[in-house]
Design a protein around this ligand. Structure first.
Ligand code: ATP
Length: 235
C-alpha cells in the first residue's frame, strides 16, 4: 500500500535519511522504531511532502507521491497524526474535527464520520465545544487521531502517539490503534516506545542515524538482541 524505495533526504547540506526502503501492506500495523534524532519524524515529513526526497521514490496505492503537495497526498487517502499532536489549540474540538474533513464535500458523509469518531472517542464527544488547547494531553492525542479519521483515509501514519502520555493513556491510545485496524485501517506507526509498539504491530523496522538497520516481524524484533539492548532497556 505504501512503499518507500531508496529514499535519501537532506536538511540543507546534511543528509538525514540514507537509502530508506520500507513497505506497509493493506491491513497491517507496521512500526518504525528509533532513538532520538534517528530520523523518524523526517521519514514522516518526507512521506507527506513536507520535505522532498533528494532521490528515491514513494508510492501510495501504486501512485508516485514524492512530488505531490501535502494536501493532495492527504486527499488521496493517506492521513497523518503529527508528532506532539499538533491540533489547532484555539479552535474547538468540533472545529478541529471539521478541519480534518476540509477537502471533502459530502455533508452527509462528514456527519456520519463524525458520529463514528464520537463512537470511538466518547470523551471527544463530551468535549466537542471545548477549546482544544485546554484539553489534557491524552484528550488532545485522541482528537488528533479523530481529526485524521475525518479525512476518511485508507491508511494512517502516526508520529509517536505515546509521547508525553501516562502509561494508562498510552494503553488507551494503543488499544484504539488496534480497534481502528480491526475496522480495516492500515497503520504506520513511528515510535520510541518499542515494547508497546511491537506488542501490537505485525512488523517493524529499526532506524539508526537515518538508516534502516533491521526489518522483521514484531515477534522476532522483540527477541532480537540489538532491539532488546537498545530499545527495550536490555530486558
Ligand atoms: P525524535 O524522536 O527526537 O523526534 P526523530 O527520530 O524523529 O527524533 P528527526 O526529527 O527526524 O528525528 O531528526 C533527525 C535529524 O535531523 C536530527 O539530527 C535533527 O537534528 C535533524 N533535523 C530535524 N529537523 C531539522 C531541520 N528542520 N533542519 C536541520 N536539521 C534537522
Amino acid at each position: 500500500m505504501l512503499q518507500l524505495s531508496g529514499v535519501d533526504a537532506y536538511y540543507g547540506p546534511s543528509q538525514v535519511l540514507h537509502n530508506i526502503s520500507l513497505e506497509v501492506s493493506k491491513g497491517e500495523i507496521v512500526c518504525l522504531l528509533g532513538a532520538n534524532a534517528a530520523g523518524k519524524t523526517t521519514t514522516m515529513k518526507t512521506i507527506f511532502g513536507l520535505l522532498r526526497p533528494r532521490s528515491g521514490s514513494i508510492m501510495f496505492e501504486g501512485q508516485k507521491i514524492e512530488r505531490k503537495l501535502t494536501g493532495n497526498i492527504v486527499g488521496s487517502g493517506l492521513a497523518l497524526v503529527p508528532e506532539a499532536r499538533r491540533i489547532f489549540p484555539r479552535m474547538t474540538v468540533l472545529e478541529n474535527l471539521e478541519m480534518g474533513a476540509y477537502s471533502r464535500r459530502s455533508r452527509a458523509e462528514i456527519k456520519q464520520d463524525l458520529e463514528h469518531v464520537y463512537q470511538i472517542f466518547p470523551r471527544i464527544q463530551e468535549r466537542r465545544k471545548q477549546v482544544a488547547g485546554t484539553m489534557s494531553g491524552g484528550e488532545q492525542q485522541m482528537l488528533a487521531m479523530g481529526r485524521a479519521l475525518m479525512s476518511r483515509p485508507r491508511m494512517i501514519c502516526m508520529d509517536e502517539p505515546s509521547m508525553g502520555l501516562s502509561p494508562l493513556l498510552v494503553e488507551t491510545v494503543f488499544e484504539t490503534i488496534v480497534r481502528i485496524r480491526d475496522e480495516g485501517m492500515t497503520i504506520f506507526l513511528v515510535e520510541q516506545n518499542a515494547s508497546m509498539a511491537l506488542s501490537l504491530a505485525d512488523r517493524g523496522y529499526v532506524l539508526q542515524t537515518g538508516k534502516i538497520v533491521l526489518s522483521d516481524t514484531a515477534d522476532n524484533l522483540l527477541k532480537n538482541d540489538l532491539v532488546r539492548q537498545a530499545y527495550l532497556g536490555g530486558a
